[in-house]
Design a protein around this ligand. Structure first.
Ligand SMILES: *[C@@H]1O[C@H](CO)[C@@H](O)[C@H](O)[C@H]1NC(C)=O
Ligand SMILES: *[C@@H]1O[C@H](CO)[C@@H](O)[C@H](O)[C@H]1NC(C)=O
Ligand SMILES: *[C@@H]1O[C@H](CO)[C@@H](O)[C@H](O)[C@H]1NC(C)=O
Ligand SMILES: CC(=O)N[C@H]1CO[C@H](CO)[C@@H](O)[C@@H]1O
Length: 352
């Protein structure tokens, strides 16, 4: 009897795993035809050709760009080169990109920058918060931007910040961050992804309180806050959607809605003037994960207007089959211009 029960349970577990596996395989490798969409004029940015993972633009038009991410399972053209933060001034006619020097005894050799977020304090000092993965760990580095360089102020580590992907800064040393995995062990991380356990979360961090404020997300990735600071948007890569969460006074979040987009949504940015969400997406996940230069992954940028309404408007602003731009992760706008970043490929600048 016990044996029969054990067999039945085993059978059920296997059936469950098999079903999950097939469903997730389908979701991860989901792909659709990429019909080319191109804004009036686009150019590639010189010097940024080995990734431009995340982009954050200040109201003044200065754009910070993290480059050189080494992420398990992702291709890199320059695996031995440390990551860097680049700057562009989008007020220039033909903006250049250059690497920002880092000062104050920061270990630049192990710098592996991921999500970034800027913060301007009441005295107009500019801070850059950077998710970093030195030796595969997760830290949040705080830099002050001054005199065309980054002055390292502080490293934040916390047991709840264990697999951080992206952050959005709320105040001095105060931010929301996404964890994109539940496990730390390489094998369990893969299993978790393939079974789509949807165990990833959002953490609220401040010096006096750190807590989980949302969970049950499948591969929580980009995170950003609405201009009125009432809503938080989280990209869920494997479920092809954006979670819209309401922010409460105690910084807790409650889910308002989930918008399905039918493409692997990666990093998000907000147009501060309109509140529109811009999403860098992967039209074919399989080509991204199994990189083949002869058949590269494409790129796709979506603009989402009125996300809180019954019928948000979703527009494809840019789409390319990989012949120009591969594996777009993020798009950020400034005055009718758009910068599009990628996991490991080039960086595109377009007039809209
Ligand atoms: C990108 O990586 C390639 C291969 O390592 C290297 O030759 C090239 O100089 C890099 N480009 C930049 C702009 O760092
Ligand atoms: C906020 O979240 C915390 C931790 O998740 C929980 O203990 C608390 O009950 C929540 N508060 C409210 C008002 O929802
Ligand atoms: C991608 O598009 C370009 C130009 O539209 C075309 O020449 C090329 O054959 C396409 N490549 C693939 C792999 O579809
Ligand atoms: C900051 C951020 O969300 N980065 C993500 C952008 O996309 C790449 C590719 O999937 C992810 O690896 C990053 O985590």
């Amino acid at each position: 009897m016990a044996k029969l029960l054990a067999l039945t349970v085993l059978g059920l577990v296997l059936a469950f795993l098999g079903e999950r596996f097939m469903a997730v395989r389908q979701r991860m490798t989901a792909s659709h035809q990429v019909h080319s969409v191109e804004p009036p004029s686009c150019q590639l940015i010189q010097g940024l050709e080995n990734g431009s993972e995340d982009i954050d633009i200040l109201p003044s038009g200065l754009a910070f760009i993290s480059t050189g991410l080494k992420y398990p399972g992702m291709h890199s053209f320059a695996p031995d080169k440390p990551g860097e933060i680049f700057l562009m001034d989008l007020n220039e006619d033909k903006p250049r990109a250059w690497a920002l020097p880092i000062r104050n005894r920061f270990d630049v050799q192990s710098f592996n920058p991921h999500g970034i977020s800027t913060f301007i304090d009441k005295d107009n000092a500019v801070y850059l918060y950077v998710v970093n993965h030195p030796q595969k760990k997760s830290t949040v580095e705080i830099f002050q931007f001054e005199g065309e360089s980054l002055f390292h102020l502080k490293t934040i580590r916390h047991e709840l910040l264990f697999s951080v992907n992206d952050i959005t800064v709320l105040g001095p040393e105060q931010f929301y961050a996404t964890n994109d995995h539940y496990f730390n062990n390489d094998f369990l991380r893969k299993l978790e992804l393939y079974l789509d356990l949807q165990w990833t979360n959002v953490i609220y961090y401040s010096p006096s309180k750190v807590k989980e404020v949302a969970n049950g997300i499948s591969f929580a990735n980009g995170i950003t806050i609405s201009p009125d600071r009432k809503y938080i948007y989280v990209a869920a890569v494997t479920s092809h959607s954006i979670h819209v969460m309401k922010r409460h006074d105690n910084w807790n979040l409650t889910q308002e809605k989930v918008l399905k987009l039918g493409t692997l949504v990666d990093n998000l940015s907000i147009d501060p003037n309109t509140g529109d969400i811009w999403a860098g997406c992967h039209p074919n996940g399989k080509k991204l994960v199994m990189y083949d230069p002869a058949d590269p992954p494409g790129s796709e940028v979506l603009r989402i207007q009125n996300i809180l309404s019954q019928k948000p408007t979703v527009t494809t602003v840019y789409a390319n089959n990989g012949s120009v731009l591969q594996g777009s992760t993020v798009a950020a706008v400034y005055k009718q211009k758009m910068l599009v970043g990628t996991v490991f490929h080039k960086t595109l600048y377009c007039d809209l």
